[in-house]
Design a protein around this ligand. Structure first.
Ligand code: SF4
Ligand code: SF4
Ligand code: SF4
Ligand code: FES
Length: 898
């Protein structure tokens, strides 16, 4: 089925008039007649239709009469045409639709009592609506259930062959994992090639299946739909911040569903530019950590070297007393705090306030320091906007997207679906610059497979190419002639020979992609982990800003430089001031006016400037004895950072280590006091997603055991420290934030920032740009350790949190294997499971290997979610001199067969 013209902004569909049930209706020529009818508010029954993908026309329910046609027509596959006279109601149509329902029911098992879709089944609804009362003659297909998949079961006795599952997978997700296959005399849905299903396991097929033919393995037979309490909330894994429904029965989470469903099938495809309502495998099947048996149920205190259960009062008193004592003896700066960006905005705000006001230190940081802060600081420095510039709609409707250093499908699967939409519906040119054959690279018009770590050099090549090919936007550059001259001068010194040698990309490809980006009317740069978490990340982002500036993409609608975040609330962490350089609202910590404002609002002096510390600086101060107490909220530096950073020594030397967490993490095991916190499913608050939308989370169940929401615990500690915070709920904190940051709570609307590089380009840019381009040209590969060893994320996990979700571990267990390129394995005489010795500057490790088609020759990969074997300890660490971000995701390694 062809593209619906109305959804493509590049296609000028002719406006037409037609008549529906006697009413004149305007529409675009060639769109589905069904869409036109539903746009008038009429709901015609439709079982195989869904607005998110192209019509299929199999169920025979959407029948209408079109003047001039003898028989009813299927309105979903019929195209609207000028002058059409359409009737949607009448006994003849009712009977025809009823016949279609009867036909489906004639081979249906009617095992409603044990079907998960009972009470939530479109076939049931249609039978009822069309008064189908004689069900006695239904035949059985007697097809054995296909339970080979890890998460989905296929009961083809119930299938009505509507094709929705196949179509959503193919059209929307561009995965195409399913097909119809004639088996046993019936058209059955099978995984491609009739193999056990191996796919992204997003579960969107399950969501759109109108009957109970696809079922969720983890919740099958556990509920009847009416027993479930459904709470709409925001996923807490990645920065996409998808909306989802957590469904609970009694005190147990039974399943997670999403706004995408067969029940929600009427809409305009162009609306999917903002999101199609689906969720990914982590959101749908990664919920079991919420009520995991491994959750902390009680506070723990260290006694005789052991962590033992203790009452809340005693644990909090102990924390407070020891903090008071340390502060009295050594001053406020003997205390520091780290918080996870999976906390809510309200908790992040409260944490920095607790550290700055109740304790009096600016040694406070969050997990945004692992990379996102690079983007925030670079974007704030260059264009005055400390966040991503584009929302999902911009991305979907872009004509060119430059994806640099991002395995988007693995890290932010739903943002990746937007790029897929841009490719399929809007025919965008997508340039993927990466050192792995990512899923998006396979779909992109211009996959640029660069040598590991050379993404930044490729960007320099683009900047140079734009200038040399005279593709610059003169309106943008003529405003800042000095800055442009400095940039020109800087890139002139780079040679294309060294760029092509360092990246492995030909000059022709560099010129071609530079032209595509520069000439596109709407072009977006999307950079992620391969930039923000790798050496020189801050400066590389500034080079991307250069590219956007000289091509006129800063400030123009639908253009910009954006990023994605791996943890849900990394943007919120920075916005709320959980970083030593920022007060809430990203006001500089040393800005006198801002300090005054917050000091007044909080009724307290702020800590002195110049004494704050970032994550790595805090750990260093722990090691050298300056910091004696560390409050770690949801963070796990010991489990995350390489051994060479001396985290263990830093923590072991503390007089007081307080860990507030869901689980007994590596860091918590060293703590003096462990405080059990709640998951996002047990508390209220908001997250700020990568589009800048502030999204609500709502409690779906009571806290597990004696665990408490983080805000509640912090309020108690602050009170104990003599800082009376009268918060009775997160709403009280929200009200305070609203007063201080008017407009921050934007009710789920993406923010539209206005990037402006004028200040940056006229102040010190010329000197800065000179050093930036010089430093990058010097990168050379390591001769003795020729492999690029990368740590990174896989689709089925998010940080270490998801490893507590059995569903996700079933799909993606820790194999402990190093992923390698097939040719490299052949060259070294290795087969899957063979043992190798991996040697880096930090040490060596014996482990087994597995072939991975995404790996380019010379690179290998290990999922960062697992520490067994401890590959992280092999990684070199470098600290960004501008932002304090610790880079440890890419290292050179030697690999030998053992
Ligand atoms: S789970 Fe997702 S990827 Fe897998 S078949 Fe279903 S729709 Fe396709
Ligand atoms: S499995 Fe469900 S969605 Fe797929 S064709 Fe059958 S009834 Fe339709
Ligand atoms: S992990 Fe990210 S993409 Fe997946 S459901 Fe959650 S927020 Fe959405
Ligand atoms: S909705 Fe048109 S044939 Fe199924």
């Amino acid at each position: 089925m062809g593209l619906k013209p109305a959804t493509n902004p590049e296609v000028e569909a002719k406006p037409i008039e037609l008549t529906i049930d006697g009413r004149s209706v305007s529409a675009s020529d060639g769109v589905s007649l069904y869409d036109v009818i539903s746009s008038t508010g009429k709901i015609v029954p439709a079982m195989c239709y869904h607005y998110t993908f192209d019509p299929f026309g199999s169920c025979g329910m959407c029948l209408v009469m079109v003047e001039g046609k003898k028989a009813p027509v299927r309105s979903c596959t019929a195209k609207a045409a000028a002058g059409m006279i359409v009737r949607t109601e009448g006994d003849d149509l009712f009977q025809a639709r009823k016949k279609a329902v009867e036909k489906h029911l004639s081979v249906h098992p009617l095992d409603c009592p044990v079907c998960d879709a009972d009470g939530h089944c479109e076939l049931q609804d249609m039978a009822f609506q069309h008064q189908v009362t004689n069900l006695a003659n239904a035949k059985q297909k007697l097809i054995p259930e296909d339970t080979r998949s890890l998460v989905l079961d296929f009961n083809m006795n119930r299938c009505i062959a509507c094709g929705e599952c196949i179509n959503v997978c193919k059209d929307v997700l561009m995965i195409d994992a399913l097909q119809f296959m004639k088996k046993g005399g019936f058209n059955q849905v099978v995984a491609k090639g009739d193999q056990p299903l191996s796919c992204e396991f997003c579960g969107d097929c399950l969501a759109v299946c109108p009957v109970g033919a696809i079922t969720n393995k983890f919740s099958k037979y556990l509920y009847k739909p009416w027993q479930l309490k459904k709470t709409t909330t925001t996923c807490n894994y990645c920065g996409d911040g998808c909306q989802m429904h957590i469904e609970t029965k009694d005190r147990e989470v039974v399943r997670v569903t999403s706004p995408l469903s067969w029940k929600n099938k009427w809409g305009d495809r162009s609306e999917t530019a903002k999101g199609h309502g689906g969720i990914c495998v982590r959101g749908r099947f990664g919920f079991e950590y919420i009520d995991s048996k491994a959750r902390l149920h009680h506070p723990l205190m260290r006694r005789d070297g052991q962590l033992v259960e203790a009452p809340w009062l005693e644990a909090v008193h102990s924390v407070v007393d020891r903090l008071v004592d340390i502060k009295a003896k050594h001053g406020s700066d003997a205390i520091a705090g780290l918080i996870t960006a999976r906390c809510t905005n309200e908790e992040l705000y409260l944490f920095q306030k607790l550290m700055r006001v109740a304790i009096g230190t600016n040694q406070v940081d969050s997990s945004a320091r692992y990379g996102h802060i690079n983007f925030v600081k670079a974007a704030q420095h260059a264009v005055g906007v400390g966040r991503t510039m584009n929302d999902w709609e911009d991305l979907t409707k872009a004509k060119a997207i430059l994806v640099v250093g991002s395995n988007l499908t693995e890290t932010n699967p739903l943002t990746s679906v937007r790029v897929k939409d841009a490719i399929r519906i809007y025919k965008a040119q997508v340039i993927v610059v990466d050192s792995a054959q990512t899923n998006l690279a396979r779909l992109a018009s211009h996959p640029m497979m660069v040598k590991p770590g050379s993404e930044g050099i490729f960007v320099h090549g683009l900047v140079k190419s734009v200038i040399e090919q005279d593709l610059i936007d003169t309106v943008a550059t003529e405003k800042h002639p000095k800055a442009f001259a400095a940039l020109k001068d800087a890139v002139e010194k780079l040679s294309f020979e060294s760029i092509t040698a360092a990246t492995g990309i030909t000059l022709q490809q560099i010129h071609e992609t530079a032209a595509i980006f520069a000439e596109a009317p709407r072009a977006i740069i999307l950079c992620a982990e391969g930039i923000v978490r790798r050496s020189g990340g801050y400066e590389k982002i500034l080079s991307l800003m250069d590219l956007a500036w000289i091509t006129g993409k800063l400030g123009r609608p639908g253009c910009g430089v954006s990023t994605v975040t791996e943890e849900i609330n990394e943007q919120g962490a920075v916005d709320m001031g959980a970083a030593p350089e920022f007060l809430p609202g990203q006001a500089a910590f040393n800005d006198v006016a801002a300090r005054d404002r917050f000091a007044k609002a909080w009724g307290a002096e702020l800590p002195a400037t110049g004494k704050g510390a970032t994550l790595t600086e805090i750990l260093k101060r722990c090691r050298n004895g300056q910091v004696k107490a560390l409050y770690v909220l949801g963070e796990n530096p010991l489990g995350t950072l390489p051994k060479s950073m001396g985290v263990q020594a830093a923590l072991e030397g503390l007089e007081l280590l307080v860990c507030q967490d869901l689980f007994l993490t590596e860091t918590a095991r060293l703590a003096h006091v462990v405080l059990p916190a709640c998951t996002y499913a047990e508390k209220e608050g908001t997250f700020t997603n990568l589009e800048g939308k502030v999204l609500r989370i709502r409690p779906t169940m009571d806290p597990i055991g004696e665990s408490l929401p983080d805000w509640h615990i912090m309020t108690a500690i602050a009170s104990g420290l003599g800082c009376q915070l009268d918060y009775e709920s997160p709403h009280d904190i929200q009200r305070e934030i609203m007063k201080l940051l008017p407009g921050y709570y934007n009710l789920g609307q993406p923010r539209k920032p206005t990037p402006n590089p004028d200040v940056y380009l006229s102040n010190g840019y010329s000197a800065e740009v000179k050093t930036r381009y010089q430093s990058e040209a010097a990168t050379t590969p390591h001769a003795a350790r020729p492999f690029a060893l990368a740590l990174g994320q896989v689709l089925y996990h998010s940080g270490k949190l998801s490893t507590h979700a059995p569903g996700l571990i079933t799909i993606a267990p820790n194999t402990g294997r190093l992923h390698m390129n097939v040719k490299d394995m052949e060259r070294l005489g290795l087969t899957d499971g063979a043992k190798v010795r991996v040697t880096t500057a930090q040490g060596k490790l014996d482990m087994s290997v597995q072939a991975d088609l995404a790996m380019l020759p010379g690179s290998c990969f290990f999922p960062e979610h697992f520490n067994e074997p401890p590959v992280k300890d092999l990684m070199d660490v470098e600290i960004d001199r501008h932002t304090g971000v610790p880079y440890f995701k890419l290292t050179s390694a030697a690999i030998q067969k053992v």
